[in-house]
Design a binder for this molecule. Structure first.
Ligand code: NAD
Length: 362
């Protein structure tokens, strides 16, 4: 089986955990039915996690640009957990155009490099082509609208599949989705639904309440962590797209309206740990009150790793099959703001597994 060659846009904590994971799982011998910690699909359509090879990386931070990717993934302000000592990769981090990737608020953490940016979309497309990139992974800061479209256009020009991890609406953009379909370019997006994060937990708890006859009166989801992504999200202008994305994921399981609030906070001492608190209120038998509280603690970026490696492998499968456009089943299972939302994780998972088995086109 061929390797899957990827380009990563943004060498932050999510890219760090992805790169570590591609090495960490390299000696994995998958036995039928065996559970492998951290992987939803130890093998996906014949591809292993270690088949993923990062061959191009773009960033704008002086502590990452020009460095080998193995070193750049530990450049500040990255702060995720180390679970593998990544060897020298021979992939130099390239300087991209800053555009709206770094807001004034984000400059508290990101130190923009003074290296000359590669700001011609045709040149970026040529870099992708020369490196034989199969899939481009968008790990830019949330709300990097212009920068995202710059790289998405380059991916389209170079014929690369796309995994969009952030809540800029790419898979949801009908025009772009149609162009990707015509060009046989698969797209998974938008915005990672973390492996076991606030969105899936909240969706399942709400669904359980509804299924067991509890009338939900209101609920909230509060997320806090110490990384740069949380800092970015505390800027309301940047965070609002994430809040909408989370609400879209939660709304998809609700069969009636009930007030829902979602918010974030940044506490630097938590580094890449994230805590999610969910509280749901409702009425039970005889109108008696019922409430439920949940607390989830997880290493935030590693929680995107298992989702990312599945999205990348689904894109490669679609490329192998000559299928382009939004991969609706995989997007629904792996993304918060998928254009097509399945009412439950079970149904989304079933649909994605049908796609992997070749029983469904997308
Ligand atoms: N579990 C998760 O961590 C999770 C879940 C869902 C979505 N996401 C999304 O994934 C994205 C990445 O998250 P992260 O924690 O790695 O963020 P991060 O802030 O650690 O990394 C972003 C990187 O992008 C770089 N960057 C900024 N502007 C750029 C530009 N114009 N060109 C190239 N690089 C640029 C920054 O220097 C930084 O290295 C975020 O948008 C986040 O919301 C993460």
């Amino acid at each position: 089986m061929n390797e899957i060659r990827i380009a990563v846009i943004g060498v932050g904590n999510c890219t760090n955990s992805l790169v570590q994971g591609t090495y960490y799982y390299k000696d994995l011998k998958v036995k039928e039915g065996e559970i492998v910690p951290g992987l939803m699909h130890p093998e996906l359509g014949g591809y292993k996690v270690s088949d993923i090879k990062t061959v191009v990386a773009f960033d704008v931070d002086a502590r990452k640009v020009g460095k080998d990717l193995s070193e750049a993934i530990w450049g500040k302000p990255n702060c995720t957990a180390k679970f593998y000592d990544v060897p020298f990769m021979g992939v130099k981090v390239l300087m991209g155009p800053v555009m709206d990737g770094v807001s004034e608020h984000l400059k508290h953490y990101v130190k923009v490099s003074d290296a000359k940016p590669i700001d011609d979309v045709n040149e970026v497309a040529r870099i992708f082509k020369d490196a034989k990139v199969d899939v481009v992974v968008n790990n830019l800061p949330t709300a990097s609208e212009q920068a995202t479209w710059f790289y998405m256009e380059a991916a389209l020009k170079a014929g690369c599949g796309i995994v969009n991890g952030i809540p800029v609406l790419v898979a949801n953009n009908k025009d772009f989705a149609a162009r990707a379909k015509a060009a046989k370019i698969p797209v998974v997006g938008d915005d990672y639904k973390s492996q076991l994060g606030g969105t899936v937990l909240d969706r399942d708890l709400l669904r359980l309440c509804i299924q067991r006859g509890v009338k939900i009166s209101k609920s909230y989801q509060l997320n806090y962590g110490g990384n740069t992504d949380f800092w970015n999200l505390t800027d309301w202008n940047r965070g609002v797209t994430k809040h909408r994305s989370k609400k879209k994921g939660v709304d998809a399981v609700m069969t009636y309206d009930a007030p829902f609030s979602v918010n974030v906070s940044q506490l630097e001492v938590l580094d890449d740990d994230k805590i999610c608190r969910i509280e749901i209120w409702g009425e039970n038998f005889g109108g008696t009150p019922i409430s439920l509280e949940a607390k989830l603690r997880v290493v935030d970026s590693c929680n995107s790793g298992g989702v990312l490696v599945d999205g990348i492998r689904c894109c490669k499968l679609a490329l192998d099959r000559g299928i382009g456009g939004v991969l609706e089943s995989a997007s629904s299972y792996l993304s918060k703001s998928a254009p097509v939302q399945y009412p439950s994780e079970d149904e989304a998972r079933e649909a994605m597994d049908e796609f992997i088995a070749g029983k469904r086109e997308r």
